[in-house]
Design a protein. Structure first.
Length: 537
């Protein structure tokens, strides 16, 4: 049949196969919040709490993010991407004496725990270069110690603004310091020690760094234009979970942040893990408040209740949000089974060091699940009803089949992988041979997932479809420099396709959900729906 040929894999004799699509990583969680120290608005990947401590300073009472990272790794988290945000924090300054004036440097990273030091020498410089000097800048663990965390060396630096080695320009690439104010009229003096002292003497930064005020929702949201706050993650593609801990011990993340974060996750094909509100301290309170709570998203999930854990800084038990621990358990599960694996009977179980902030009976678990709230468990109990984790999609979800958390995570994983794996279309000739290669590449990827049991259909035609030909790439599409790639998967029931259209244009790609008739099994039906339901949408 002519209609069926569009779904057949092109012959490798006539179509050059592209490299296999790489599977997008899962169980990688991005965190945004306040830390003791570290770079601001620059995501940093850490694989343990020890690595987090080295870069961001470890546990700190005002930093709920630091406790969230600890709980994430203790519950099975494998990789975290941490973005530090601040509210009015200031970096320390450092002054190098220059005859009658000073050369002042200011730290790149703000905070009272940013300890810097610098030294100056003239080694290798000629007498005819009175404006030049060598500068060494270091970050140390603690003042007065030799525990060096980072170091930069700048040779033949000049104080002359017109010089190719002008210090103000060179320090723009520094990870540690910037030039503060105008350069002095004379170069800084040597900091080398005397004959009886150390070979090199350092000048330490002043005690003027400041940690700033508690975060607000505006700080966490940041700016999409300036890539600050949450939007600093725009450059990161390797995460599929997002966690924003409470702003402080007394203040939850606001609705504005949740809405922006959910939209950000929608665009990035990630899942936002949301803390239950602090006042939801019983199942009855949570159910009553949740009905009036305005936040719903198919790209978000919540795990109730909050947790009790030992606060090593205060040396007592405290109540914490559950999102970080839940993300850790999801990551732990991803290390054992794929995201589409059935979740019944394998509900998240907390590690022994954690307790539930309130007891939840089986009947209450079922009512919470019906509302869209998942329940954490601290022990496995035989005979307990098996509940599939769900998203916060609510009744307004466009596709109820993606309400189950495994189905939604599968869909996000597939779209993420295909969108990135087919980016070669951005530079390839926009012609039928290119479309055939793209279709073959995606069909091969989906076929491998289908063979592993990812989709619901017993046959490929009922499990997935891929279209990248003249039906979605019309004359006007080509004239606009666009390449359309359409595909669908049966996430829950055979032949009931959830479909996406990815558009590659102008060095960028965009994926959006489109509607095909999910209730028919004949793939020929998809063809005549493209015109009305997709291209003209």
């Amino acid at each position: 049949m002519a209609e069926q040929r569009a779904f057949d894999l092109p012959s490798s004799d006539t179509v050059r196969l592209e490299p296999a699509i790489e599977r997008s990583p899962t169980g990688v969680t991005a965190f945004v919040g306040r830390t003791l120290k570290g770079p601001v608005d620059r995501p940093v990947r850490v694989a343990s709490f020890g690595e987090f401590q080295q870069t961001f300073g470890g546990l700190w009472q005002p930093s709920m993010l630091s406790y969230a990272i600890e709980q994430y790794f203790e519950n099975g988290g494998r990789v975290a991407i941490v973005t530090r945000v601040v509210n009015g924090a200031r970096p320390p300054t450092l002054a190098l004496r220059c005859e009658q004036s000073e050369l002042t440097l200011t730290g790149v990273n703000p905070g009272s725990r940013e300890y810097l030091r610098a030294s100056v020498d003239y080694d290798g410089l000629a007498a005819s270069e009175p404006d030049r000097f060598n500068l060494i800048v270091q970050r140390v663990r603690l003042p007065g110690t030799e525990q060096i965390e980072d170091q930069e060396i700048f040779r033949r630096v000049s104080i002359e603004p017109g010089s190719a080695r002008f210090i103000g320009e060179l320090l723009l690439e520094s990870r540690l310091v910037r030039l503060h104010g105008a350069p002095p009229p004379a170069r800084p003096e040597r900091t080398t020690g005397g004959s009886s002292g150390p070979a090199v003497r350092y000048v330490s930064s002043r005690n003027d760094g400041d940690d700033g005020a508690p975060l607000t929702d505006y700080d966490v949201i940041g700016s999409a234009v300036n890539h600050t706050g949450l939007h600093a993650l725009q450059a990161e593609e390797g995460f599929d979970l997002l966690c924003i801990p409470p702003l402080s011990r007394e203040r939850d993340v606001g609705l504005a942040t949740l809405l922006v974060a959910a939209r950000f996750c929608r665009d990035r094909r990630a899942l936002l893990i949301v803390d239950p509100r602090a006042e939801w301290n019983t199942p009855q309170t949570a159910l009553a408040a949740f009905r009036a709570w305005p936040f719903r998203s198919r790209n978000a999930a919540m795990f109730f209740p909050r947790l009790i854990a030992h606060d090593r800084v205060r040396n007592r038990s405290e109540v914490f949000g559950s999102a970080a621990a839940a993300a850790g358990m999801l990551a732990r599960g991803d290390g054992q089974l794929p995201v589409w694996a059935p979740a019944e009977g394998e509900e998240p179980i907390l590690r022994p060091a954690f307790k539930l902030a309130t007891a939840v009976r089986d009947a209450e678990r079922e009512r919470l699940a019906q509302a869209g709230i998942n329940t954490l468990q601290s022990i496995r109990a035989s005979g307990r009803a098996r509940l599939t984790p769900c998203t916060l999609a609510g009744d307004a979800a466009g596709a109820a089949d993606l309400h189950p958390l495994p189905a939604r995570r599968l869909a996000l994983f597939v779209v993420r992988s295909i969108e990135r794996g087919a980016r070669w279309l951005l530079t390839a000739p926009n012609e039928p041979a290119t479309w055939q290669r793209a279709q073959a590449q995606v069909e091969r990827f989906l076929g491998e997932l289908d063979a592993e049991g990812a989709f619901a259909g017993s046959e490929p035609k009922d499990s997935y479809f891929v279209i990248c030909d003249e039906r979605v790439n019309r004359r006007e599409t080509i004239a606009e420099g666009k390449v359309h790639l359409l595909f669908g998967i049966a996430a829950v029931r055979p032949a009931e396709f959830h479909a996406w259209l990815i558009t590659y244009q102008d060095h960028a790609s965009r994926a959006r959900t489109v509607a095909v008739n999910r209730l028919v099994t004949a793939q020929q039906r998809v063809e005549w729906e493209i015109e009305t339901a997709i291209l003209r949408s």
